[in-house]
Write a protein that binds this ligand. Structure first.
Ligand code: PSU
Ligand code: MN
Length: 304
């Protein structure tokens, strides 16, 4: 395993000092945002993590290695590269063996974080059960990973490109707690609320840390979804975004988009149809998640 894992200087030093570390994914950099906003946002998110007392570890596959923490040059190169492969669980071995650039999804980032001993991971949104999954069977590998890998994912809920109700059913079957951070409702990424209730509401980083501590002390395998709503000021209008998501879903069907291309296609369409408004919301919610995630990492570190 050591053969494949490379820690950045910052992460290595942080681990030696016993500092809290926060994992960050890289699909959001390569497939979620355009250059140069992607690199700028990634840098700002890392700085927010530092400002809140933790060490950021952006994870990506570069030159046959799992990089846990990227240097400034690596981040710039990665964010400005064309054709970076989207890497989920099934893709990891192939991309490492062929030394291709790989952007880790939530699932793959969880795997890499666990290998590096990192329990807390901040992102924008998780994958889930897609609408129409009863015929397409399109269920994100992120959900299986949450069922088996001991990493907590701080996110702004699930996008309405997904079937949020079915996603919650799947997580329930797999025993994955969905916690609302300061909310009773499952947030829907661009908006603060969906029609669905979270399993549990927790209001402080200490309370979340205590729940994670109890879960893993008991040997209950798997992660947790810590759903943190987008700040009020950055939230989008519900009717506006619903309309756009419907259009994006229709175009995906007309173009017969399948497999791993579905999520990037839908995200790209939403961005195009909102004329960039969705990008501003996306950046704001990731930064908000970074604040909360770093605080949870600090609290969890103290409970260890
Ligand atoms: N949802 C978002 N933004 C994203 C993703 C999902 O709102 O960037 C990315 C994440 O990396 C997630 C992946 O892990 O898409 C899920 O892809 P799929 O549905 O193919 O499993
Ligand atoms: Mn899928």
């Amino acid at each position: 395993m050591k053969e494949f894992i490379v820690l950045s200087e910052e992460v290595k030093a942080g681990q030696e000092k016993g500092l809290p570390i926060v994992a960050l994914e890289s699909t959001i950099i390569s497939h979620g945002m355009p250059y140069p906003q992607n690199v700028k946002t990634a840098r700002e998110v890392e700085q927010i993590i530092r400002d809140n007392g933790a060490v950021p570890a952006t994870i990506a596959l570069i030159d046959g290695k799992i990089k846990i923490g990227l240097s400034d040059e690596e981040l710039e190169m990665f964010g400005n590269s064309q054709g970076v492969a989207k890497a989920s669980r099934r893709d990891l071995a192939y991309l490492l063996a062929t030394k291709k650039l790989g952007a880790t999804t939530v699932a793959a980032t969880m795997i890499c974080a666990e290998l590096a001993g990192i329990e807390i991971f901040v992102t924008g949104g998780i994958g889930g059960v897609h609408r129409g999954a009863e015929t397409t069977m399109d269920v994100s590998a992120d959900l299986e990973e949450l069922a088996q890998t001991n990493v907590a994912v701080i996110c702004a809920g699930a996008k309405s490109i997904l079937d949020i109700g079915l996603t919650l059913e799947y997580l329930e079957t797999k025993g994955v707690p969905v916690v609302g951070y300061g909310t009773e409702k499952v947030p829907a990424f661009y908006t603060r609320e969906s029609d669905f209730d979270v399993n549990f509401q927790l209001d402080t980083p200490e309370d979340v840390a205590a729940m994670l501590h109890a879960k893993w002390e008991l040997g209950l395998k798997g992660g947790a979804v810590i759903a943190n709503p987008i700040p009020e000021a950055d939230a989008m209008d519900q009717a506006f975004i619903t309309n756009i998501v419907e259009k994006a879903l229709q175009e995906a069907e007309e173009n017969n988009i399948l497999g791993k291309n579905v999520t990037p296609f839908l995200l790209g369409k939403v961005k195009e149809l909102t004329e960039g408004k969705s990008l501003d919301a996306n950046i704001a919610l990731v930064k908000n998640n970074a604040v909360v995630g770093a605080k949870i990492a600090v609290a969890f570190n103290q409970s260890k």
